[in-house]
Ligand binder design. Structure first.
Ligand SMILES: Cc1ncc(COP(=O)(O)O)c(C=O)c1O
Length: 397
């Protein structure tokens, strides 16, 4: 940006106080309200009510499976229980390992621990922030049952590389480690011409419809997509106390009203992603060449969904330099950026105890340099220009 553009950008001010991950990540309008009201009116019939697995829950599952290109999809009340169910299905025995990226939300590691497995921490690569396939190659062992990447901040992880690694080093009893993908932040993104969640690229993919995510089912919700019909039958049973599968279960159902709203959100998801991508494209243009800042990269075989706009400051600004930029962005310009995420063992005592003795130095160094700048499909060009101008100011000084 030229000095003139920076001044003009700042003069525009902010129309919305954009904060880290905006608390509503998608856009709602009268269509979602109408869908919710219709579902509630249907439920007022004493013979129908809200349950069980009432229409349009199956319709939402089928539409979602079709959208991502999977044989089946199972709706759940949030992503976390979905991760738990998939890990439980593996019937992990003491000593069984699952490779999880270090820079991550805590949910995947907790799912492994909850299912009785051992978390093996993998490094994240410094360009795309994904579980580093080169490190997976080093960490995979005869005890590895699953590789559990997260599609970090909206971009697909390199699934084919994990799959190839799993096939090169099969488990002696169970065969190649299963690829389980946490797509909580990546709904609507693409990999190799298919949507994230397509059954041919991962054994199971688990999505979140939490309020901050790319689409939301009234603030909470999730979905598991898979081509493995035995897995989907198990998850469908476990979300309702497990009787059909003869397995442990509890109640993890999505409601009829959420599913009705989910169908509307799903029909708009490609538009939301296109809007996010266009905000990101302008931002990348305005920040290009700004010294000290590495901008998000998109591999040729992926379509980033830009859940977050993830940047890296130069090594010379790592730690205190990055923190000072974030502080100035917030205090002077009212834009709150976020560090997403530090290595999971840094903030969660149970995970720290469970992974004691494992360190991921590359990921720890990355976490000192990450800065995620707010992005939203409804962000105006003027707000985007203001945020870019503020970043120019904070990095120029
Ligand atoms: C990467 C990742 N995984 C899992 C979750 C958990 O999602 P939910 O809140 O739907 O259980 C989140 C939520 O923030 C997340 O970011």
């Amino acid at each position: 940006m030229t000095e003139q553009e920076i001044q003009a950008g700042l003069q525009g001010g902010l129309q919305v106080l954009w904060r880290s991950e905006p608390l509503l990540g998608s856009i709602y309008d009268e269509e979602e309200i109408a869908a919710a009201v219709t579902a509630m009116r249907e439920a007022m019939d004493f013979t129908r009510g809200f349950g069980f697995s009432a229409s349009p829950i199956p319709e939402f599952e089928q539409a979602f499976a079709k959208y991502v290109g999977a044989a089946d999809a199972v709706a759940v009340n949030s992503c976390g229980p979905g991760l738990d169910m998939v890990m439980r299905y593996l019937n992990l025995q003491p000593g069984d390992e699952v490779i999880v990226p270090a820079c991550n939300y805590i949910a995947a590691a907790l799912a492994v621990i909850g299912a009785g497995g051992q978390v093996v921490l993998g490094e994240c690569d410094p360009l795309y922030f994904q579980l580093d396939p080169a490190d997976v190659e080093k960490k995979i062992s005869p005890r590895t049952r699953a590789i559990f990447p997260v599609h970090f901040n909206g971009l697909s992880a390199p699934l084919a590389e994990y799959q190839a690694c799993a096939e090169r080093h099969p488990h002696p009893v169970h065969g190649p480690a299963k690829i389980v993908a946490d797509a909580a932040r990546a709904c609507g993104g693409s990999y190799r011409g298919e949507k994230i969640g397509c059954g041919k690229h991962a054994w199971a993919t688990i999505f979140s419809f939490h309020t901050m995510k790319n689409m939301t089912t009234l603030g909470e919700g999730g979905m598991i997509s898979t081509d493995d019909l035995a897995l989907s039958a198990y998850c469908r049973s476990v979300r309702m106390y497990g009787s059909a599968a003869g397995a442990w279960g509890t109640s993890n159902v999505l409601t009829k009203v959420q599913a009705a709203v989910g169908l509307v959100q799903l029909s708009k998801l490609d538009r939301f992603i296109a809007m996010r991508r266009s905000v990101a494209a302008l931002r990348t243009k305005l920040l290009q060449g700004l010294p000290g800042l590495q901008l998000p990269c998109e591999p040729a075989d992926c379509q980033h969904s830009y859940y977050l706009y993830t940047c890296l400051v130069d090594e010379s600004l790592a730690g205190p330099g990055r923190d000072a930029i974030m502080q100035r962005m917030e205090e002077e310009f009212k834009v709150r950026c976020v560090i997403a995420n530090r290595p999971i063992y840094m903030g969660h005592p149970l995970i720290a105890r469970h992974t004691a003795g494992q360190r991921t130095m590359q990921s720890e160094a990355l976490a000192e340099r990450i800065i995620c700048v707010p992005i939203h499909p409804a962000m105006s060009e003027s707000d985007n220009r203001y945020i870019c101008a503020a970043l120019h100011r904070c990095l120029q000084a």
